[in-house]
Design a protein around this ligand. Structure first.
Ligand code: GUN
Length: 392
């Protein structure tokens, strides 16, 4: 059975090494040697045993000795044993979310002994199937934790004015602590106006400019309603004992919902943070600087092994559905379980990180079962927090 999931397509070997000169494990780039004799390696025997087409290989190069080639990266062979013996830790989002929800259930039970339950109102406009699934799951989780919830389902034709009236009525009701407008909204609706109409103290998504500003100003975590996905990432790091203070964090993606607020939270936690985006020059070299590398760019398998510093923590925020056998082969060439589930469902999920890149890391969040699992738990946490902050 394969215990390591490092693999590479030999046909993708680059013309030269990709590690930057300041990479701690760098060696000078060496020209590709297609005719080079393959050094005997555990990968070769693994490949023969498993019939795998994809593997990490060790190649000899004249003048520079054997190197491990993994994706487009080359590592000195003394690093190769570190990498090939590496067993990265899986940061289990489902387990962490379960722990958070169990703590919240206790807090809700205590709150209910003293007064009304925390209450969440969810607005779902129209009938987008994916949104319906998300919302159903949010309402169900409220029930499991003892949080009061109500679902408002205006039609897809509802006007901005009608939705503003609904938000105003929810703002004025004392038993409602949190208001969530499920996105995306129909195109004719003014999303920004609606989100800004939610009373900041009931903004459990943390999207309101007042809450974004408070986060930027360094308000303590207990006092600010922060966006759920970045808040979930901070919980994964904290509960996994991965220290942020003094670390170099690189966030790939600059969305208002994930990248920007996460960068602020990491800075507030004393990390040194770089935000990368589509215009970043030599993004791979910047990414390789990271102790904590966050991929939130919405592109399947964007982060490849050569972008990862060995021993980094990888947080994969992407959830991308792939439905072609080419993509299945590209991302999961040797993963029998994925192949089986793909055959059954006709699709599978991949994050913004190529699965081969996880093998270089010390720890990573899987997809599915990583960051995504935290989002609803953090929404519940924000609802309980909003009730506590507003009611005292
Ligand atoms: N649509 C998908 N994710 C979210 C979310 O976290 N909040 C809201 N309001 N809408 C979403």
């Amino acid at each position: 059975m394969c215990c390591l999931n490092i693999y590479a397509r030999e046909k993708l070997l680059p013309e030269e090494g990709f590690l930057s000169s300041d990479h701690p494990f760098n060696s000078p780039p060496i020209p590709a040697q297609p005719e080079a004799k393959r050094h005997s390696s555990t990968w070769e025997s693994h490949r023969q045993k498993n019939g795998s087409k994809h593997l990490a290989v060790i190649r000899r190069s004249p003048g520079s000795g054997p190197h491990l080639i993994l994706g487009q990266a080359r590592y000195p062979v003394d690093m190769a044993s570190t990498i090939t013996n590496n067993v990265p830790r899986v940061l289990d989002g489902i387990a962490i979310a379960a722990q958070i929800k169990s703590e919240l259930a206790e807090q809700v039970a205590s709150a209910r002994r003293l007064g009304p339950a925390p209450g969440l109102a969810v607005i779902l406009v129209g009938e987008v199937p994916a949104s319906q699934i998300y919302v159903r799951s949010k309402v169900k989780t409220c029930g499991e934790l003892g949080i009061y919830s109500e679902l408002h389902t205006p039609s897809a034709n509802a006007t901005t004015e009608e939705l503003l009236d609904l938000v105003a009525s929810l703002n004025s009701r004392d038993e409602i602590d949190g208001i969530l407008i499920q996105l995306p909204l129909p195109q004719h609706v003014d999303t920004t106006r609606l989100l800004e109409a939610i009373a900041p103290q009931k903004d459990v998504d943390g999207f309101h400019p007042i809450n974004a500003g408070r986060l930027l100003n360094g308000s303590p975590v207990e006092k600010v309603l922060a966006p759920c996905t970045p808040a979930g990432i901070m919980e994964i790091l904290r509960r996994s004992g991965i220290s942020v203070r003094g670390k170099r964090a690189v966030v790939i993606g600059r969305s208002n919902i994930v990248g920007k607020p996460l960068a602020v939270m990491l800075v507030n936690a004393s990390a040194t943070v770089t935000v990368c985006h589509s215009q970043t020059t030599d993004l791979a070299a910047v990414a390789r600087e990271a102790d904590i590398l966050v991929a939130a760019i919405g592109r399947p398998g964007f982060v490849t092994p050569e972008m990862v510093r060995p021993g980094a923590t990888i947080i994969d925020v992407g959830i991308n559905r792939i439905a072609t056998t080419e993509d299945l082969e590209r991302f999961f060439p040797d993963d029998q379980a994925r192949h089986a589930s793909f055959a059954k469902r006709g699709s599978t999920l991949v994050g913004d990180v190529h699965p081969a890149a996880f093998a270089v890391s010390a720890a990573y969040t899987p997809v599915p079962g990583g960051v995504g699992a935290l989002t609803i738990a953090m929404l519940m946490a924000n609802t309980v927090k909003a009730a506590r902050l507003r009611r005292g």
